[in-house]
Design a protein around this ligand. Structure first.
Ligand code: MG
Ligand code: MG
Length: 248
């Protein structure tokens, strides 16, 4: 069942989303050669707590950290640790927080110093596919209009969308109905209505769409080890159009 949010709930979700957006903004400024993913995680947790919020991922199914940090061929669910970022890397940072019982969830992929032009294009295609997906998040559209907009743009650019992980409804739980795939046929799925809040999150691979999980049971990587990017926003569907709650 898709839970619609009322005015009061949306106000709390705006605050939760803003905290997540501010955290990612802070982290973007910290990404540089030599920084460890653990240092990013500590900075994120400190900021979230300072805002009177709580990390959403820590303890979720036993996940040990505030952020998911996924470098290069890592797609999602990378665990922060002692790995130092190197020039030419890309890092996907996924962050979630609860504020007064409501969740915000967003992700960005950030270059470390100078990166290959093709990798820069990967980031641009992924971020633009998210923008095109969000633009479909309108009253009277259908859910898979979002999915289709993401998929068609990515594939037109010769890249692929991950199938095994999808976006989701969000609210009192981090993951609520409906699932929001990044692939599908337009004109299908539930009709979108005022008060739905969706986490839309394309994961885009430069190579094939297939992914696998490493032996730590968390880190998801591309099977062909091509680089992968991830951008995500929490978006409220409002009468006058999509409202991004997690602006970075
Ligand atoms: Mg996320
Ligand atoms: Mg999410």
């Amino acid at each position: 069942m898709i839970e619609l949010k009322n005015r009061e709930q949306l106000q709390l979700m705006r605050r939760a989303g803003a905290i997540v957006g501010e955290t990612l903004q802070l982290l973007r400024g910290l990404v540089r050669e030599g920084v460890t993913t653990e240092e990013l995680d500590q900075a994120a947790e400190a900021y979230i707590l300072k805002c009177g919020a709580a990390p959403a991922f820590k303890g979720y199914d036993g996940f040990p950290a505030t952020l998911c940090t996924s470098v290069n061929e890592e797609v999602v669910h990378g665990i922060p640790g002692s790995r130092k970022l190197r020039g030419g890397d890309i890092i996907s940072i996924d962050c979630g927080a609860f504020y007064q019982g409501y969740c915000g969830d967003a992700a960005i992929t950030v270059p470390v110093g100078e990166i290959e032009p093709e990798w820069r294009r990967l980031l641009e295609v992924c971020e633009q596919s998210l923008a095109l997906g969000i633009d479909q998040a309108r009253v009277e559209k259908r859910l898979f209009d979002i999915s289709s907009a993401v998929q068609s743009y990515v594939e037109k650019n010769g890249m692929s969308v991950v199938r095994d992980y999808v976006g989701h409804g969000i609210g009192r739980q981090m993951h609520e109905d409906p699932q929001v795939p990044n692939f599908g046929k337009p004109g299908r799925g539930p009709r979108l209505t005022q008060g739905m809040v969706l986490a839309i999150e394309p994961m885009v691979n430069m190579g094939g769409y297939k992914v696998e999980t490493l032996s730590n049971n968390w880190t998801v990587v591309t099977v062909d080890r091509s680089p992968s990017a991830h951008f995500e926003h929490t978006v409220a569907i409002m009468e006058d159009g999509p409202e991004i709650l997690t602006k970075v």
